[in-house]
Design a protein around this ligand. Structure first.
Ligand code: FAD
Length: 374
């Protein structure tokens, strides 16, 4: 006897979007999430407009109170910079606000939530048994939406989890009188890069990715901001003329961020969002990818529940669709990040970008999808 048609592990963007999509199609859904919602998460919080048509079709409207972002600027430590209009543009919204909006919508749709860590998932007899400390739940399908790094990855011995990853992510919200509402600005520094963009309530998100090797030279966030990040003139000017908002006593951080390839189907679970693969943050497309993958997975699970596709084909089709949709963006992101972290190459690349005005928007478009078809 099944308790739910679908169990979703993880209530981030991927899990919550899938919960809304499935429940809107009369699928019974349980979401299991290990931490309370909503909460601040390390993320640049610039979200591509490609998700707007899909969100609209799900009845999700984040309205006009979120800044619309249409311009991009890149500056290196030498102070050289280039800018362009963003091909598709996006908007700035904190993870606190977007996760909360999706959570409320899921509850309205009748999705059930339990705030417990998932400890095991057993596939047997064409159905799943999902175990937490205090409960055992049966379902026909499971979506793995458990983010970049989870105990679930260890449980299933996923190859990327066996290796240490050298990346840290750091984020804070700041008040700054001078930062433009429509801009996402990227600045490089030794061993990393950081992005500035507005979110709601006149707050500016400053989020950066840095290698552990570079960070450990200083070892604490405030010292690193002062001594290394501030070597970039744009980032220095920002940090000098801004202050952390009341929500952040200090910036928050995450470690061991892995960009390695992952499988889109693991132990018969369809993987969505970062559990299936993380694009390099400088592309500003991870959230849109999480949402797009939730749509792909939801559509195919609905077909499975209707009996239009058997499990074997469902898993194969999802893997192929995932690859077709995301592998080129991921490859572009990987190449850009390699370029970004080599100052000499970046300076030469910047020269080329400055002489060819169409090149930068073209490259940005390669790391994004098209507006989502509904
Ligand atoms: C430094 C940095 C900057 C970024 N900037 C941007 C940006 O500007 N724009 C953009 O589009 N993307 C950006 N991204 C990427 C983006 O943040 C992610 O792609 C996005 O958060 C993916 O959402 P998700 O739902 O897959 O994962 P998450 O939002 O991480 O959700 C996963 C959830 O699973 C839960 N979970 C994990 N294990 C378990 C378990 N065993 N049991 C129950 N629950 C569990 C976690 O608690 C979590 O809530 C950035 C990423 C980084 C690292």
């Amino acid at each position: 006897m099944l308790d739910y048609e679908v169990i979703i592990i993880g209530a981030g963007l991927a899990g919550l979007t899938a919960a809304i999509h499935l429940s809107q199609n009369s699928v019974s859904v349980l979401v299991l999430e290990k931490s309370p919602l909503p909460r601040h998460k390390v993320c640049g919080e610039y979200i591509s407009n490609e998700v707007r048509p899909y969100f609209k079709s799900l009845g999700i409207d984040f309205g006009k109170e979120y800044p619309s972002i249409s311009k991009f600027r890149l500056q290196t430590t030498s102070g050289r910079s280039t800018s362009c209009e963003l091909p598709l543009g996006g908007f700035g919204i904190s993870r606190y606000a977007i996760d909360n909006g999706l959570y409320v919508k899921s509850l309205e749709n009748g999705v059930k939530f339990r705030f417990e860590n998932v400890e095991d998932v057993v596939f047997n007899n064409n159905s799943f048994l999902v175990e937490t400390k205090s409960g055992r739940f049966h379902s026909k399908y499971v979506l793995g939406c458990f983010g970049k790094r989870s105990t679930m990855d260890k449980k299933f011995n996923r190859p990327f989890i066996q290796r240490k990853s050298p990346w840290l992510g750091i984020k804070g919200h700041y008040y700054s009188k001078e930062f433009p509402h429509d801009l996402v600005a990227l600045g490089t520094f030794k061993g990393g890069y950081g992005g500035l963009s507005m979110v709601e309530d006149n707050k500016v998100n400053f989020c950066y990715l840095v290698s552990y090797e570079s960070f450990k030279e200083i070892g604490d966030i405030m010292g690193f901001n002062e001594k290394i990040v501030s070597k970039n003139p744009m980032l220095r000017a920002f940090l000098e003329h801004s202050e952390l908002t009341e929500d952040f006593i200090k910036p928050i951080s995450i470690s061991q961020i892995s960009f390695e390839k992952k499988r889109a189907v693991e132990n018969h679970m369809l993987m969505c969002g970062d559990s299936a693969g993380l694009i390099h943050p400088l592309c500003g497309n991870g959230m849109a990818m999480a949402i797009t993958s939730a749509k792909l997975a939801s559509e195919i699970l609905i077909a499975g529940l209707k009996g239009s596709i058997d499990r074997d084909n469902l898993e194969k089709t999802y893997s192929i669709k995932w690859k077709n949709e995301f592998s080129k963006r991921l490859a572009f992101g990987r190449n850009f990040q390699n370029l970004f972290l080599k100052p000499f190459l970046l300076e030469s690349g910047l020269g080329i970008l400055r002489t060819n005005q169409k090149l930068l928007p073209y490259l940005i478009s390669k790391t994004h999808g098209k507006p989502m078809v509904v």
